[in-house]
Design a binder for this molecule. Structure first.
Ligand code: FAD
Ligand code: DLZ
Ligand code: SF4
Length: 509
């Protein structure tokens, strides 16, 4: 039977309602899904991330077949596999001679750029459709940003609340406020009941993928076992329900907390499912709003959670497409230190970093405050090249795709874009980590000591960072008070800070 359209579905497009599937007809069109070496290695992804995506792709292909679609699924170890999207599309065109290629727009600029040449390369029309799983299209975001001096997330978020009607009371926000973050900064105590995320036993399909990843990507960062991620829509729904029942009510209160040995606290661990398409972001938010309206989740939790998804998640995607391809090159501070080795080994005597990196290695997961205020903060204070920091984050987290990872890393955490996402750098001394966590009690360093060999390394690095970048930051009104504090400091104390920072940096190599 002649094929009318060839429909390419990418590994993070595992949604039955995907725009390319809606545009296609099972009776006339053929779907194509491909496991390719290039996607697994353009950065050397964590083993669990590759296993998650391949297992989820294989399960999705099975579900599509059951629903009546004709599908070509090319596994990684297929003999003729060319190893990249272009090569696999070309082979599929040769097999089926379709009249047209359809694809939902990819999440990464790199892939979108390659696709823009496919029509010429392969001699057929290529329809690249909007990804309507996002609430705000790229064009709508560009229109929102047009003419604004500052792209404040908070104002964008309010528009998204109005657009979706989530937690709205007529034209006003429920509870009379748009944002309840002020109630969301409690440090956690070790005697709290801490739920664990929903875990799934690998089935035969996933087991095959685990064997493949072991054999082919055994030298990539991270532990493959135990593997407990959901890999189907049904399992991801179960993970959502588990979060709603066990963690949502306290999500807001402890959103910024960290505890030694507690990897997930009240976080949802849903980003990998949402980003791969197993969960629909708007449906997740509606489910959370319903839970609040049923009286089972307080407003600060529901609002905080929904803001992350219809606010931050949509906003960073908008920024990514607005600023690429130049964005990845930005380096406001001109930082050039190589990423310290311990980011790959977790071998460091700084307890907060050791905890965040160990769990990253074991789980391909760390929550937001660990990413922002521990690994991100340290890299910025130490002056690490933001490109290397970006490539680390993109490789090590199961939820990482450049559209979401890059603005969070380069913009929010490294301030390498000079302040597009934040009005000041998220720079903090050890005091912040001490307030929000119990890590300091497990550390060889003393967070109260400001300088000297036992001093928490974040303390001298904090001042060193501000001084190194004084020219760029001094005019920032939010830092005026900090610079005044430095000026009032005794010269001997200033010299001690500088000496200690120098020693810490020398130890990094
Ligand atoms: P929860 O704390 O339960 O939050 C709920 C949901 O909100 C998440 O599942 C996610 O979909 C969304 N969300 C929360 N914060 C953000 C945010 N800042 N940007 C976008 N979505 C958000 N998130 C990714 O999905 N992929 C990344 O590659 C990624 N890289 C990051 C790198 C750095 C340096 C920083 C500071 C943050 C990064 N984030 C990234 C954002 C955030 O840390 C993760 O979304 C979150 O930790 C995922 O865990 P969770 O599902 O338990 O989130
Ligand atoms: C992340 C990833 C990996 C590891 N492997 C594949 C793959 O083999 N096939 C595929 O279609 N997608 C994969 N992906 C996700 C893609 O990298 C992602 O679709 C693009 O980066 C666009 O966001
Ligand atoms: Fe981290 Fe410093 Fe606390 Fe050690 S003392 S855990 S390095 S903040």
């Amino acid at each position: 039977m002649a094929v009318r359209n060839l429909v390419l579905i990418l590994g993070d497009q595992l949604s039955p309602g995907l725009s390319s599937l809606k545009a296609a007809d099972p009776a006339q069109d053929r779907l194509l899904m491909v496991e390719v070496q290039e996607e697994a290695t353009y950065v050397r992804h964590h083993k669990k991330k590759i296993a998650f995506l391949f297992a989820a792709m294989r399960h999705f292909a099975e579900a599509l077949k059951k629903a009546g679609w004709q599908i070509d699924y090319v596994p990684l170890d297929a003999e003729e596999n060319t190893g990249n999207f272009g090569g696999e599309v070309e082979r599929a065109i040769a097999r089926h001679s379709p009249k047209r290629l359809i694809v939902t727009e990819p999440g990464e600029w790199r892939v979108r750029d390659a696709m823009s040449r496919w029509s010429d390369d392969f001699g057929l029309p290529v329809d690249i459709l909007d990804d309507d799983r996002f609430l705000c299209s790229r064009d709508d975001f560009a229109a929102w940003a047009e003419g604004r001096k500052q792209l404040r997330m908070e104002f964008f978020y309010r528009d998204m609340r109005r657009k979706t009607g989530l937690l709205m009371d007529g034209g006003q926000p429920e509870g009379g406020k748009w944002n309840f973050d002020a109630e969301n900064r409690k440090p956690a105590k070790a005697d709290l009941f801490l739920p664990q995320p929903h875990q799934v036993e690998p089935d035969a399909i996933t087991q095959d993928v685990l064997d493949l990843v072991d054999a082919r990507f055994g030298d990539h960062f991270g532990d493959l076992h135990p593997f407990w991620f959901a890999v189907t829509e049904v399992e991801a729904e179960a993970a959502l329900e588990h979060f709603i029942e066990h963690a949502l009510p306290l999500f807001g209160d402890y959103q910024d907390a960290m505890l030694e040995g507690e990897r997930f606290l009240y976080h949802s661990v849903l980003s990998l499912y949402i980003n791969a398409g197993l969960l629909d972001p708007l449906a997740v938010c509606r489910r959370v709003a319903d839970e609040h309206h049923a009286g089972r989740a307080p407003l600060n939790a529901a609002e905080g959670f929904i803001r992350q998804i219809i606010g931050w998640r949509e906003y960073v995607r908008g920024i990514y497409w607005l600023k690429m391809p130049g964005y990845v090159e930005e380096n406001f501070f001109g930082a050039d230190r190589p990423l310290p080795d311990f980011y790959w080994t977790a071998e460091t005597d700084m307890a907060c970093l050791r905890a965040a990196i160990t769990q990253t290695k074991e789980e391909a997961y760390a929550h937001h405050i660990q990413r922002l205020m521990v690994t991100g903060n340290f890299a910025m204070l130490a002056g690490v090249d933001p490109r290397q920091v970006h490539e680390w984050y993109l490789a090590v987290y199961a939820d990482a795709y450049e559209w979401v990872e890059l603005p969070n890393t380069l913009g929010m955490s490294q301030f390498a874009d000079g302040g597009l996402l934040g009005s000041k750098p998220y720079a903090a001394s050890g005091n912040y980590i001490s307030k929000m966590s119990d890590h300091c009690a497990h550390c060889r360093y003393d967070v109260k000591q400001k300088t000297g060999d036992k001093a928490c390394p974040f303390n001298p690095l904090y001042w060193d960072f501000l001084l190194r970048n004084e020219e760029k930051l001094r005019g920032n009104p939010r830092l005026a008070q900090v610079y005044r504090t430095w000026q009032r400091m005794a010269p001997e104390k200033q010299a001690d800070y500088r000496k200690s920072a120098k020693k810490v940096l020398a130890r990094l190599g």
